[in-house]
Design a protein around this ligand. Structure first.
Ligand code: HAM
Length: 449
């Protein structure tokens, strides 16, 4: 193939119509489960002050240190320093503070769906632009909140028929002070042993020793086995919180695996952390993850307010659905192809196309000048179920031809009969009608046509 002049950037993909069928289906499940559980939709902007992410996610996390996509602009008198959002949580918490949501009845339950950006090294399941759906419950700290929220994720995986492919890994990383004490203990354990660590992990001993725990480097893993364990530092209250949560999950029939090594790659967590892993590959390419962040809002300048949330990578969900052979419903079929010949026929067809669409029938009209024969070929390529043909003779006679493209049979009928006949054939239950008009009712502007 000749060299293309333009291609999408590395690690960034088009969501083609076939993939959008999956995306639409996933979003539908997400919206449905969100509404059932009282979550309201929020869409924070796609870019924000870089410092929001630095503050929120943590300066020494991979996401901030290596993966932020900067967006800037040097004006005459100011330098704008933005970054594309690598995730939703920091933006949603900023919005919670900015819009005084602490005045609303608590907890505030919010969800979002949309693109995120990380300058990751592109590989299987890892992209530079990807999509997340994200759920946050802000304003209350209770294990029953964590359990209910995890259940929403679990239900969505059930709806999408991929639940059996996933495992819920769960841990409690204690209070911030516990984590600090543990980080100090880790630093102490590793100091003097840096020589035995690979280059990438050597720096982490000082900057973010928790990252050593899920290091992919073999030498590091050997040392980690001998290092102090986080569970030794977790306070009693957190342990109680955790055992309550596990009890609630059991009550809700949600299977889980306790994983004391799970720490997550973002700094804002305390207490509960969890991830949804691929049953067969484990930690690599987790489908989703989340946890509690009781200090984040305060850190971003709000009143101390606890929160918990999770996000799921939609491309990874789509991959699992495809692997599992789950087909997203195909709703883009062409019901009717309208072919015509001659200026009078063209005019009449314009009207018939519009009326069919209004009735909820997917209609494509080739209103060009091609011969009837080549229009029929086109109808075939569009995989249209039926074809309506209107030539000069039919216009004169006041008739129209209806062709069943699968049976390969056609019949001529009175022009006025065509629409009711097509509606009958397509079937009332298959009509794609749009109900927004009914819902808006009295507010709608009837307009023209
Ligand atoms: P995260 O674990 O960084 O958590 O990301 C959540 C999910 O986003 C991952 O499990 C993965 O499916 C998907 N994901 C992340 N990076 C990529 C990538 N480069 N390519 C494809 N998919 C990716 C968070 O983002 C937290 N904000 C979750 C959260 C919400 N915690 C509390 N509230």
């Amino acid at each position: 193939m000749a060299e293309l002049k333009f291609r999408s950037p590395k690690g960034v993909h088009d969501l083609l119509p076939a993939e959008n069928q999956y995306m639409t289906y996933i979003k539908k499940a997400v919206r449905h489960r969100a509404r059932q559980a009282g979550y309201k939709r929020i869409d924070p902007p796609i870019f924000e002050d870089r410092s929001l992410f630095e503050r929120g996610i943590g300066e020494h996390t991979d996401i901030v240190e290596k993966e932020l996509f900067g967006v800037g602009r040097k004006g005459a008198d100011e330098v704008l320093d933005f970054a594309l959002r690598p995730e939703f949580t920091a933006g949603i918490c900023r919005s919670y503070i900015q819009h005084g949501m602490q005045e609303l009845p608590q907890p505030v339950e919010l969800y979002s769906i949309g693109p995120c950006f990380r300058y990751d090294r592109p590989q299987k399941g890892r992209f530079r632009q990807f999509h997340q759906f994200d759920f946050e419950v802000i304003g209350l700290s209770d294990p029953s909140i964590d359990a209910q929220m995890i259940q929403v994720a679990w239900k969505i995986f059930g709806d999408l028929k991929i639940q059996k492919r996933l495992t819920l890994q769960i841990n409690n990383i204690g209070a911030t002070e516990d984590r600090k004490a543990y980080v100090d203990a880790l630093k102490e354990f590793f100091s003097g042993k840096e020589r035995n660590l690979p280059e990438i992990d050597r720096k982490r001993v000082q900057t973010n020793p928790l990252r050593l725990l899920d290091s992919k480097e073999e030498d590091t893993q050997i040392l980690v086995k001998m290092a102090p364990k986080l569970s030794q530092f977790v306070n009693e209250e957190s342990k109680k919180y955790h055992s309550d949560l596990l009890e609630y999950l059991t009550e809700l029939d949600i299977p889980f695996t306790e994983n004391h090594g799970l720490v997550r790659g973002l700094d804002y967590y305390n207490q509960t952390v969890f991830e949804f892993w691929d049953r067969s590959t484990g930690a690599q390419n987790a489908v989703g993850g989340g946890g509690r962040y009781d200090y984040l809002i305060e850190q971003l300048g709000g009143k101390p307010t606890p929160g918990v949330g999770f996000a799921v990578g939609m491309e990874r969900v789509m991959w699992h659905m495809q692997e599992a052979g789950v087909e997203a419903p195909f709703k883009d079929q062409v019901d009717v192809f309208v072919a015509q010949l001659g200026p009078d026929a063209k005019k009449k067809c314009l009207k018939i196309v519009s009326e069919l669409r209004e009735l909820g029938i997917h209609t494509v009209g080739a209103l060009g000048e091609a011969s009837l024969k080549s229009q029929m070929r086109l109808a075939d390529r569009f995989q249209a179920r039926y074809c309506l043909l209107l030539g000069q003779i039919e216009v004169k006679e006041g008739t129209i031809i209806l062709r069943d493209m699968i049976a390969g049979k056609q019949k001529q009928m009175k022009f006025e009969k065509a629409i009711p006949e097509v509606v009958k054939l397509v079937g009332k239950e298959s009509l794609d009608t749009y109900s927004i008009q009914d819902k808006l009712g009295e507010f709608s502007d009837p307009g023209e046509g």
